[in-house]
Ligand binder design. Structure first.
Ligand code: PEP
Ligand code: MG
Length: 326
Protein backbone atom coordinates (compact mmCIF):
# COMPACT_ATOMS: atom_id res chain seq x y z
CA UNK A 1 0.00 0.00 0.00
CA UNK A 2 2.91 2.31 0.85
CA UNK A 3 4.42 1.61 -2.57
CA UNK A 4 1.16 2.47 -4.30
CA UNK A 5 1.01 5.73 -2.34
CA UNK A 6 4.58 6.64 -3.30
CA UNK A 7 3.56 6.50 -6.94
CA UNK A 8 1.25 9.44 -6.23
CA UNK A 9 4.14 11.73 -5.35
CA UNK A 10 4.09 13.57 -8.67
CA UNK A 11 0.36 13.21 -9.33
CA UNK A 12 -1.35 16.60 -9.01
CA UNK A 13 -3.88 16.69 -6.15
CA UNK A 14 -7.11 17.17 -8.09
CA UNK A 15 -10.58 15.91 -7.20
CA UNK A 16 -12.46 13.62 -9.61
CA UNK A 17 -14.46 16.60 -10.79
CA UNK A 18 -11.38 18.69 -11.45
CA UNK A 19 -10.75 20.94 -8.43
CA UNK A 20 -7.05 21.44 -7.67
CA UNK A 21 -6.02 21.25 -4.01
CA UNK A 22 -2.78 22.51 -2.45
CA UNK A 23 -1.09 20.00 -0.19
CA UNK A 24 1.58 21.52 2.00
CA UNK A 25 3.78 20.16 4.76
CA UNK A 26 4.23 21.07 8.41
CA UNK A 27 7.86 21.08 9.54
CA UNK A 28 9.75 21.74 12.75
CA UNK A 29 13.28 22.21 11.38
CA UNK A 30 14.88 22.78 7.95
CA UNK A 31 16.07 19.16 8.01
CA UNK A 32 12.43 18.13 7.58
CA UNK A 33 12.28 19.70 4.10
CA UNK A 34 13.51 16.60 2.23
CA UNK A 35 10.62 14.65 3.80
CA UNK A 36 8.20 17.32 2.59
CA UNK A 37 9.61 17.09 -0.95
CA UNK A 38 9.59 13.27 -0.86
CA UNK A 39 5.90 13.41 -0.05
CA UNK A 40 5.30 15.73 -3.02
CA UNK A 41 4.39 18.78 -0.92
CA UNK A 42 3.76 21.94 -2.95
CA UNK A 43 5.32 23.98 -0.17
CA UNK A 44 5.63 24.37 3.58
CA UNK A 45 2.32 25.46 5.09
CA UNK A 46 3.65 25.64 8.63
CA UNK A 47 7.25 25.94 9.77
CA UNK A 48 6.97 25.82 13.57
CA UNK A 49 9.92 28.16 14.18
CA UNK A 50 9.81 27.66 17.95
CA UNK A 51 11.68 24.39 17.46
CA UNK A 52 14.78 26.44 16.61
CA UNK A 53 14.47 27.94 20.08
CA UNK A 54 13.62 24.82 22.07
CA UNK A 55 15.80 22.08 23.51
CA UNK A 56 19.05 23.92 22.93
CA UNK A 57 20.80 21.94 25.63
CA UNK A 58 21.53 24.68 28.12
CA UNK A 59 19.12 25.09 31.01
CA UNK A 60 17.10 28.28 30.97
CA UNK A 61 16.69 30.62 28.10
CA UNK A 62 18.97 30.41 25.08
CA UNK A 63 17.86 32.10 21.92
CA UNK A 64 19.35 31.77 18.44
CA UNK A 65 20.61 35.15 17.25
CA UNK A 66 19.54 36.84 14.02
CA UNK A 67 22.26 35.30 11.84
CA UNK A 68 21.64 31.80 13.14
CA UNK A 69 17.90 32.13 12.57
CA UNK A 70 18.42 33.64 9.13
CA UNK A 71 20.66 30.73 8.16
CA UNK A 72 18.02 28.19 9.27
CA UNK A 73 15.16 29.96 7.48
CA UNK A 74 17.30 30.38 4.37
CA UNK A 75 18.17 26.67 4.43
CA UNK A 76 14.48 25.77 4.43
CA UNK A 77 13.70 28.23 1.64
CA UNK A 78 16.56 27.00 -0.54
CA UNK A 79 15.69 23.34 0.15
CA UNK A 80 12.14 23.94 -1.07
CA UNK A 81 13.40 25.17 -4.46
CA UNK A 82 11.00 28.01 -5.11
CA UNK A 83 7.99 26.47 -3.37
CA UNK A 84 6.41 28.69 -0.72
CA UNK A 85 7.67 28.38 2.86
CA UNK A 86 5.26 29.64 5.50
CA UNK A 87 7.26 30.55 8.58
CA UNK A 88 5.23 30.91 11.73
CA UNK A 89 6.71 33.31 14.23
CA UNK A 90 7.67 32.04 17.66
CA UNK A 91 4.76 30.14 19.22
CA UNK A 92 6.10 29.44 22.69
CA UNK A 93 4.40 29.05 26.02
CA UNK A 94 1.78 26.54 27.16
CA UNK A 95 2.65 23.13 25.63
CA UNK A 96 5.92 24.54 24.22
CA UNK A 97 7.72 26.36 27.06
CA UNK A 98 10.77 28.36 25.97
CA UNK A 99 12.27 28.00 29.40
CA UNK A 100 10.96 24.87 31.16
CA UNK A 101 12.64 25.97 34.40
CA UNK A 102 10.46 29.05 34.54
CA UNK A 103 6.85 28.19 35.12
CA UNK A 104 4.60 30.57 36.94
CA UNK A 105 1.30 30.90 35.09
CA UNK A 106 -1.58 28.86 36.46
CA UNK A 107 -3.18 28.62 33.00
CA UNK A 108 -0.27 28.78 30.55
CA UNK A 109 -2.52 28.08 27.56
CA UNK A 110 -4.38 31.27 28.41
CA UNK A 111 -1.27 33.17 29.33
CA UNK A 112 1.57 35.06 27.76
CA UNK A 113 2.20 32.74 24.83
CA UNK A 114 2.83 32.99 21.09
CA UNK A 115 2.17 36.47 19.65
CA UNK A 116 1.46 37.81 23.14
CA UNK A 117 4.92 36.79 24.24
CA UNK A 118 6.50 38.26 21.10
CA UNK A 119 4.72 41.59 21.50
CA UNK A 120 5.92 41.68 25.12
CA UNK A 121 9.52 40.99 23.98
CA UNK A 122 9.92 43.40 21.05
CA UNK A 123 13.68 42.92 20.62
CA UNK A 124 13.32 39.14 20.40
CA UNK A 125 10.41 39.57 17.95
CA UNK A 126 12.20 42.13 15.76
CA UNK A 127 15.22 39.85 15.60
CA UNK A 128 13.08 37.00 14.32
CA UNK A 129 11.23 39.22 11.85
CA UNK A 130 14.49 40.54 10.41
CA UNK A 131 15.84 37.00 10.08
CA UNK A 132 12.69 35.86 8.25
CA UNK A 133 12.69 38.93 6.01
CA UNK A 134 16.32 38.34 5.07
CA UNK A 135 15.48 34.74 4.12
CA UNK A 136 12.68 36.03 1.89
CA UNK A 137 15.30 37.32 -0.56
CA UNK A 138 16.17 33.66 -1.34
CA UNK A 139 12.76 32.27 -2.33
CA UNK A 140 9.07 32.49 -1.59
CA UNK A 141 8.50 33.15 2.12
CA UNK A 142 5.22 33.85 3.83
CA UNK A 143 4.95 34.96 7.48
CA UNK A 144 2.29 33.46 9.71
CA UNK A 145 1.40 34.92 13.12
CA UNK A 146 -0.02 32.63 15.83
CA UNK A 147 -2.72 33.28 18.43
CA UNK A 148 -3.98 36.67 17.29
CA UNK A 149 -7.33 37.67 18.78
CA UNK A 150 -7.47 41.47 18.95
CA UNK A 151 -7.37 44.06 16.17
CA UNK A 152 -4.75 46.05 18.09
CA UNK A 153 -2.56 42.94 18.28
CA UNK A 154 -2.77 42.55 14.51
CA UNK A 155 -1.92 46.22 14.04
CA UNK A 156 0.94 46.10 16.54
CA UNK A 157 2.28 42.95 14.87
CA UNK A 158 2.15 44.49 11.40
CA UNK A 159 3.75 47.62 12.85
CA UNK A 160 6.64 45.52 14.14
CA UNK A 161 7.02 43.94 10.72
CA UNK A 162 7.22 47.40 9.15
CA UNK A 163 9.82 48.38 11.74
CA UNK A 164 11.90 45.29 10.92
CA UNK A 165 11.67 46.12 7.20
CA UNK A 166 12.75 49.71 7.87
CA UNK A 167 15.77 48.49 9.83
CA UNK A 168 16.81 46.26 6.93
CA UNK A 169 16.35 49.05 4.40
CA UNK A 170 18.59 51.27 6.51
CA UNK A 171 21.30 48.63 6.23
CA UNK A 172 20.63 48.07 2.53
CA UNK A 173 19.64 44.45 3.17
CA UNK A 174 17.29 42.87 0.64
CA UNK A 175 13.95 41.24 1.38
CA UNK A 176 10.90 40.30 -0.67
CA UNK A 177 8.78 43.42 -1.09
CA UNK A 178 5.76 41.27 -1.98
CA UNK A 179 6.03 39.10 1.15
CA UNK A 180 2.61 37.88 2.26
CA UNK A 181 1.45 37.90 5.86
CA UNK A 182 -1.15 35.64 7.40
CA UNK A 183 -2.85 34.93 10.69
CA UNK A 184 -3.54 31.65 12.42
CA UNK A 185 -7.20 31.34 13.24
CA UNK A 186 -6.97 29.32 16.42
CA UNK A 187 -8.84 31.34 19.03
CA UNK A 188 -12.64 31.21 18.78
CA UNK A 189 -12.81 35.00 19.03
CA UNK A 190 -10.80 35.24 15.81
CA UNK A 191 -13.15 32.90 13.96
CA UNK A 192 -16.08 34.98 15.19
CA UNK A 193 -14.54 38.29 14.10
CA UNK A 194 -13.13 37.39 10.70
CA UNK A 195 -13.64 40.79 9.03
CA UNK A 196 -11.01 42.09 11.45
CA UNK A 197 -8.55 39.61 9.95
CA UNK A 198 -9.41 39.50 6.26
CA UNK A 199 -8.99 43.24 5.83
CA UNK A 200 -5.51 43.16 7.33
CA UNK A 201 -4.12 39.82 6.16
CA UNK A 202 -3.12 38.18 2.86
CA UNK A 203 -4.05 34.66 3.99
CA UNK A 204 -5.41 32.69 6.94
CA UNK A 205 -4.47 29.33 8.39
CA UNK A 206 -6.78 27.51 10.77
CA UNK A 207 -4.99 25.96 13.73
CA UNK A 208 -7.53 23.34 14.64
CA UNK A 209 -5.44 21.96 17.52
CA UNK A 210 -5.78 25.15 19.51
CA UNK A 211 -9.15 26.09 18.05
CA UNK A 212 -10.60 22.86 19.48
CA UNK A 213 -8.78 23.33 22.78
CA UNK A 214 -10.12 26.84 23.29
CA UNK A 215 -13.61 26.29 21.90
CA UNK A 216 -14.30 23.18 23.97
CA UNK A 217 -12.28 24.40 26.97
CA UNK A 218 -10.17 21.25 27.14
CA UNK A 219 -6.43 21.24 27.65
CA UNK A 220 -4.98 19.63 24.51
CA UNK A 221 -2.23 17.91 26.50
CA UNK A 222 -4.33 16.72 29.45
CA UNK A 223 -5.13 13.04 28.95
CA UNK A 224 -7.90 13.20 31.54
CA UNK A 225 -10.01 15.28 29.18
CA UNK A 226 -8.71 13.84 25.92
CA UNK A 227 -12.04 12.03 25.35
CA UNK A 228 -13.73 15.45 25.11
CA UNK A 229 -11.46 16.58 22.28
CA UNK A 230 -13.81 16.35 19.31
CA UNK A 231 -13.04 17.85 15.86
CA UNK A 232 -16.60 17.01 14.79
CA UNK A 233 -18.30 18.98 17.54
CA UNK A 234 -20.87 21.12 15.69
CA UNK A 235 -19.36 24.29 17.18
CA UNK A 236 -15.97 23.42 15.69
CA UNK A 237 -17.47 22.72 12.27
CA UNK A 238 -19.29 26.06 12.36
CA UNK A 239 -16.10 27.99 13.20
CA UNK A 240 -14.08 26.25 10.49
CA UNK A 241 -16.88 26.69 7.95
CA UNK A 242 -17.19 30.39 8.74
CA UNK A 243 -13.46 30.93 8.36
CA UNK A 244 -13.29 29.20 4.98
CA UNK A 245 -16.35 31.11 3.76
CA UNK A 246 -14.96 34.47 4.91
CA UNK A 247 -11.72 33.81 3.07
CA UNK A 248 -13.56 32.86 -0.11
CA UNK A 249 -15.68 35.99 0.10
CA UNK A 250 -12.63 38.20 0.58
CA UNK A 251 -10.62 36.36 -2.07
CA UNK A 252 -7.82 35.30 0.28
CA UNK A 253 -6.42 31.81 0.78
CA UNK A 254 -7.45 29.78 3.81
CA UNK A 255 -5.57 26.67 4.88
CA UNK A 256 -6.00 24.21 7.72
CA UNK A 257 -2.65 23.40 9.37
CA UNK A 258 -3.88 21.62 12.53
CA UNK A 259 -4.07 17.85 12.90
CA UNK A 260 -7.48 17.75 11.19
CA UNK A 261 -5.78 18.46 7.84
CA UNK A 262 -3.86 15.18 7.99
CA UNK A 263 -6.77 12.98 9.06
CA UNK A 264 -8.01 11.08 6.01
CA UNK A 265 -11.36 10.49 7.71
CA UNK A 266 -11.90 14.26 7.54
CA UNK A 267 -10.51 15.02 4.06
CA UNK A 268 -13.86 14.92 2.27
CA UNK A 269 -15.54 16.89 5.03
CA UNK A 270 -12.96 19.68 4.72
CA UNK A 271 -13.16 19.62 0.92
CA UNK A 272 -16.93 19.89 1.20
CA UNK A 273 -16.55 22.89 3.49
CA UNK A 274 -14.63 24.57 0.69
CA UNK A 275 -11.08 23.99 1.91
CA UNK A 276 -8.54 24.08 -0.92
CA UNK A 277 -5.28 24.13 1.04
CA UNK A 278 -4.21 21.51 3.57
CA UNK A 279 -0.97 21.50 5.57
CA UNK A 280 0.09 18.44 7.53
CA UNK A 281 2.92 16.21 8.68
CA UNK A 282 4.70 14.93 5.54
CA UNK A 283 3.93 11.32 6.52
CA UNK A 284 0.21 11.95 6.04
CA UNK A 285 0.38 13.81 2.76
CA UNK A 286 0.11 11.01 0.22
CA UNK A 287 -2.79 9.33 2.02
CA UNK A 288 -4.66 12.63 2.01
CA UNK A 289 -3.84 13.03 -1.68
CA UNK A 290 -5.31 9.59 -2.34
CA UNK A 291 -8.55 10.71 -0.65
CA UNK A 292 -8.64 13.85 -2.79
CA UNK A 293 -8.11 11.91 -6.01
CA UNK A 294 -11.08 9.72 -5.12
CA UNK A 295 -13.35 12.54 -3.99
CA UNK A 296 -16.09 14.13 -6.08
CA UNK A 297 -17.19 17.53 -4.78
CA UNK A 298 -20.54 17.40 -6.55
CA UNK A 299 -21.42 14.18 -4.71
CA UNK A 300 -20.21 15.58 -1.39
CA UNK A 301 -22.24 18.80 -1.56
CA UNK A 302 -25.74 17.54 -0.62
CA UNK A 303 -24.45 15.73 2.48
CA UNK A 304 -22.48 18.83 3.45
CA UNK A 305 -25.64 20.86 3.75
CA UNK A 306 -26.97 18.27 6.16
CA UNK A 307 -23.75 18.27 8.20
CA UNK A 308 -23.41 22.04 8.44
CA UNK A 309 -27.05 22.48 9.48
CA UNK A 310 -26.95 19.77 12.09
CA UNK A 311 -26.47 20.32 15.79
CA UNK A 312 -26.74 16.59 16.49
CA UNK A 313 -23.35 14.83 16.86
CA UNK A 314 -24.93 11.49 15.96
CA UNK A 315 -26.22 12.84 12.64
CA UNK A 316 -22.92 14.52 11.91
CA UNK A 317 -20.91 11.38 12.57
CA UNK A 318 -23.23 9.30 10.41
CA UNK A 319 -23.02 11.79 7.53
CA UNK A 320 -19.22 12.04 7.79
CA UNK A 321 -19.03 8.24 7.63
CA UNK A 322 -21.27 8.30 4.55
CA UNK A 323 -18.96 10.84 2.91
CA UNK A 324 -16.18 8.29 3.11
CA UNK A 325 -18.20 5.73 1.21
CA UNK A 326 -18.91 8.00 -1.75
C1 PEP B 1 -2.75 24.41 15.80
O1 PEP B 1 -2.95 24.98 16.86
O2 PEP B 1 -3.62 23.75 15.20
C2 PEP B 1 -1.44 24.48 15.13
C3 PEP B 1 -1.29 24.10 13.88
O3 PEP B 1 -0.40 24.96 15.83
P1 PEP B 1 0.30 24.18 17.05
O4 PEP B 1 -0.18 22.75 17.02
O5 PEP B 1 1.76 24.32 16.81
O6 PEP B 1 -0.18 24.95 18.23
MG1 MG C 1 -1.60 26.43 17.70
Amino acid sequence: ARKRLLKLKKTPAVTRDGTAIKLMANIELPDDCPHALDAGATGIGLFRSEFLFMGRGAPGLTVPDEDEQFEQYRRAVVAMKGRPVTIRTLDVGADKPLDPTEHTALNPALGLRAIRYCLAEPQLFLTQLRAILRASAFGKVRILFPMLAHAFEIDQTLGMLEQAKAQLREQNIKYDLALEVGAMIEIPAAALALPMFVRRMDFLSIGTNDLIQYTLAIDRVDYEVAHLYDPLHPAILQLIGMTIAAGQKAGIDVAVCGEMAGDTKLTRLLLGMGLREFSMHPAQLLSVKQEILNADLSLIAPLMRRIMRSMEPGDILEAVEQLQLM
